[in-house]
Design a protein around this ligand. Structure first.
Ligand SMILES: Nc1ncnc2c1ncn2[C@@H]1O[C@H](COP(=O)(O)OP(=O)(O)OP(=O)(O)O)[C@@H](O)[C@H]1O
Length: 279
C-alpha cells in the first residue's frame, strides 16, 4: 500500500468562485450570520439581497477574509479562506460601503494608490491604472481631484480601485446606495460591461430589488442571518405565481415587508452614509 501523499491543491478552474458551507458569525448575542450555504458560479453576477441587518455585510466580510468565520467554511476559487488568506486576497477586488476614495487626490492618483497597495508590478502599474479608469468611463476626468466628482463618479472611481489588480472576483457592498436613478444605472451598466469584457465573477449586495431583477444572474434573499430563497429572479418570481416581483417573493418567504418598517429595505441610514462621502 502506498504512503498517503500530501493533500493536493484544489483545482481552481473547475471550482466554484465562492462556496460557503454552514457559515456562521455572532457578535455577542447577535447571530449576524446563522448557517449560510451558498455557491457562486464563475462568471456570474450574484446578488445578495436583504434589509438592513440581514447579515449581508458580515457574510461578505467573511468571504473577503476580513472577518474569521465563527463556524463553517468558505472557499474562493477552491482556496480555503481560513488557510490561504493572502492568496485569496489576491483574487478579490472589494468595494466596501464606506468611503475609500481620497478627495484631495485626482482619480488617477486614487487608483494608482490602490495599484501600489495591491502590489501591481511597477512596470505594469501605469497601464493597469489607465485600463481600470477606462473600464469605468473615467479617463476624461482622471486628472481632476476626486473631491469634485459627483456621487456616481466616486462610485465608479471606487470600482476602478477594486479593478486595478485584475481580480477574478469583484465584491461590491451596496454599490448604488444613495445615488439617483441615472447614476445607479450608469454604475450597473459599467458592472455589466466589466463582466462581459473580463469574465469576472461579481458578488453584489443591494437593497434595490428592481436592480437585482434587471442585472443579477442569480440572487439569494437573506433575512435574519439566513438565506430564505435562491435562484434566478425569473425562477423565484415564477415559483410564486405570474406577475410576482422579487419584493413579493421576499415577503412570502420571510413574512416581512421590504419597503417600509424598522430596518426596512429603504432605510435612509445607509443613504446618508454615502451622502456624507467626500463632503
Ligand atoms: N461590528 C459589529 N458589532 C456588533 N454587531 C454587529 C456588528 N456588525 C454587524 N452587527 C450586527 O449583525 C447583524 C447583521 O449586520 P450586517 O451589517 O451584516 O447586515 P447587513 O445585511 O449588511 O445590513 P446593512 O445593509 O445595514 O449593512 C445586525 O444585527 C448588526 O447590528
Amino acid at each position: 500500500m502506498s504512503e498517503p501523499g500530501p493533500v493536493p491543491e484544489p483545482r481552481p478552474a473547475a471550482e466554484a468562485a465562492v462556496r460557503c458551507t454552514g457559515l456562521r458569525h455572532s457578535f455577542g448575542g447577535t447571530r449576524a450570520v446563522d448557517g449560510v450555504d451558498l455557491e457562486i458560479r464563475p462568471g456570474e453576477v450574484f446578488g445578495l439581497l436583504g434589509p438592513n441587518g440581514a447579515g449581508k455585510t458580515t457574510t461578505i466580510r467573511m468571504i473577503t477574509t476580513l472577518l474569521p468565520a465563527g463556524a463553517g467554511h468558505v472557499t474562493v476559487f477552491g482556496l480555503d479562506v481560513a488557510r490561504r488568506r493572502m492568496a485569496v486576497r489576491r483574487l478579490i477586488g472589494y468595494v466596501p460601503q464606506q468611503l475609500s476614495a481620497d478627495g484631495a487626490l485626482t482619480g488617477r492618483e486614487n487608483v494608482a494608490l490602490f495599484a501600489r497597495l495591491f502590489d501591481v508590478p511597477r512596470a505594469r502599474r501605469t497601464g493597469q491604472v489607465r485600463g481600470a479608469l477606462e473600464l469605468v468611463g473615467l479617463l476624461d476626468d482622471a486628472d481632476r481631484p476626486a473631491g469634485r466628482y459627483s456621487g456616481g463618479m466616486i462610485r465608479r472611481l471606487e470600482l476602478a480601485q477594486a479593478l486595478v489588480s485584475s481580480p477574478r472576483l469583484l465584491v461590491l457592498d451596496e454599490p448604488t446606495i444613495g445615488l439617483d436613478p441615472v447614476a445607479r444605472s450608469a454604475v450597473w451598466d459599467r458592472i455589466s460591461e466589466i463582466r462581459e469584457r473580463t469574465g469576472m465573477t461579481v458578488l453584489v449586495t443591494t437593497h434595490y430589488m428592481d436592480e437585482a431583477e434587471q442585472y443579477c444572474d442569480r440572487v439569494a434573499l437573506m433575512h435574519a442571518g439566513r438565506l430564505r430563497a435562491l435562484g434566478t429572479p425569473a425562477e423565484l418570481e415564477t415559483g410564486l405565481g405570474d406577475g410576482s416581483t422579487l419584493d413579493d417573493v421576499f415577503r412570502s418567504v420571510t413574512g416581512d415587508v421590504l419597503e417600509t418598517g424598522t430596518g426596512g429595505i429603504r432605510d435612509v441610514r445607509a443613504t446618508r452614509r454615502t451622502a456624507r462621502r467626500l463632503g
